[in-house]
Write a protein that binds this ligand. Structure first.
Ligand SMILES: [Zn+2]
Length: 60
């Protein structure tokens, strides 16, 4: 069975959820909730760690 997808290490800081929307509590003039987005500083919003040779321990 051919394997086309390389195993991509999930970012240990954000568990693969690099971008989160934070509700500010205000609403925009068109009625939507105003949110700001924050990107994971470790993976810069990619959700995956950079392919370096550093040892990353995930878990406890
Ligand atoms: Zn991350």
């Amino acid at each position: 069975m051919p394997q086309h997808t390389l195993p991509r290490p999930i970012c240990a800081h954000c568990d693969g959820f690099p971008t989160v929307a934070i509700t500010t509590g205000h609403t925009t003039p068109d009625g939507h909730r105003h949110t700001i987005t924050a990107h994971c500083p470790a993976c810069h919003g990619t959700g995956h760690t950079t392919p370096t040779r550093t040892n990353i321990r995930v878990g406890v």
